[in-house]
Write a protein that binds this ligand. Structure first.
Ligand code: ASP
Length: 316
């Protein structure tokens, strides 16, 4: 079981808790490949998805995960909600809270907004991405994908490349991979590298050849233009030339290195389209598949916590 009521970030998770989630997700991954995909971990429970930012993969993945576990799932269209009529995030959350959901899945453009909301409601809250802060289920699904491909999740060299500064995926991943004792390299233009990031125990370079040298895993990130307010890169063409992953740059990594991308991808900007589709190198589709399994595991474990607390009537 998890020691927390909410899943707000990788930061608060122990190594043992990460392993517990991944081990259970492994079972769900197997179940998801069978024709009997349903179980009852969330039966009788209500899951509400509140996405204040666009999402394809994450929202559908949480929705499928909840349904496979037997929950009543409602996905709210936040652009069509009272928020657009001026209601605050907290008022909306309190209104929903009065309907007694058990799990609230929230994505928000502002860092810290999901944690703030979690303080106000009685249910378990899962962070589906808050600003540039954290995206814990993405890091967990990436970890599961790596563990399945490499047979382990420690002592690997992992290069995370591209727009680090705006990426919650990079942040959650470097926290998780660091906890599991891997060597993490951040590769990208200096303008897209947060200052002082070296203090987190990662290596930093702006050179793809040096960054990819001997890597077991190459994780590409999307250029997050919606979070950029100025000229961070000379041009997309120049960016692709220097930092876009193509077969020539990948040749510096280990011959069996895997290629990852959280999606959505800008083909021809951060990654070569043919390489992204190469099933011998790219595990991008497997990442999507593992996303459902990891979200099932996380919600199952939080639900177990809720049921136990209810029994003992000790809500934290
Ligand atoms: N889908 C991921 C996120 O929500 C990555 C991205 O958008 O580039 O952070």
């Amino acid at each position: 079981m998890l020691q927390h009521r909410h899943l707000l970030g990788i930061e608060g998770l122990s190594k043992a808790e990460i392993t517990t989630i991944l081990d259970l997700a492994e079972l769900y991954a197997k179940q998801n490949r069978s024709s009997q995909k349903h179980s009852t971990a969330l039966s009788g429970m209500t899951q509400v998805n509140m996405f204040f930012e666009a999402s394809t993969r994450t929202q559908s993945s949480f929705e499928i995960a909840g349904k496979r576990l037997g929950a009543d799932v409602m996905s709210m269209q936040m652009s069509a909600s009272s928020i657009s009529k001026g209601e605050t995030l907290i008022d909306t959350a309190m209104t929903l809270n009065a309907m007694h959901p058990d799990l609230l899945v929230v994505r928000h453009p502002h860092s810290g907004a999901v944690a703030l909301l979690a303080e106000k409601v009685n249910c378990a809250v899962l962070n589906a991405g808050d600003g540039r802060h954290e995206h814990p289920t993405q890091a967990l699904l990436d970890a599961l994908t790596i563990r399945r491909a490499k047979g382990r999740l420690h002592r690997l060299t992992i290069a995370i490349c591209g727009d680090i500064a705006h990426s919650r995926v990079a942040r959650s991943n470097l926290l998780l991979l660091g906890k599991m004792e891997n060597r993490v390299r951040l590769v990208g233009p200096r303008t897209l590298m947060p200052s002082g990031i070296e203090q987190l125990g990662v290596e930093v370079t702006d050179d793809m050849e040096a960054g990819l040298k001997g890597a077991d895993v190459v994780m590409m990130l999307r250029l997050q233009k919606e979070r950029m307010d100025g000229g961070f890169i000379p041009s997309e063409r120049e960016y692709y030339h220097r930092w876009g992953l193509d077969p020539a740059k990948l040749a510096h990594a280990k011959p069996d290195a895997i290629v990852m991308h959280p999606g959505p991808m800008n083909r021809g900007v951060e990654i070569d389209g043919v390489l992204a589709d190469d099933i011998n190198r790219s595990v991008i589709q497997e990442q999507v598949e593992m996303g459902v399994a990891v979200r099932m595991a996380a919600m199952d474990l939080l639900a177990r916590g809720l049921r136990n607390h209810k029994k003992e009537e000790v809500y934290v």
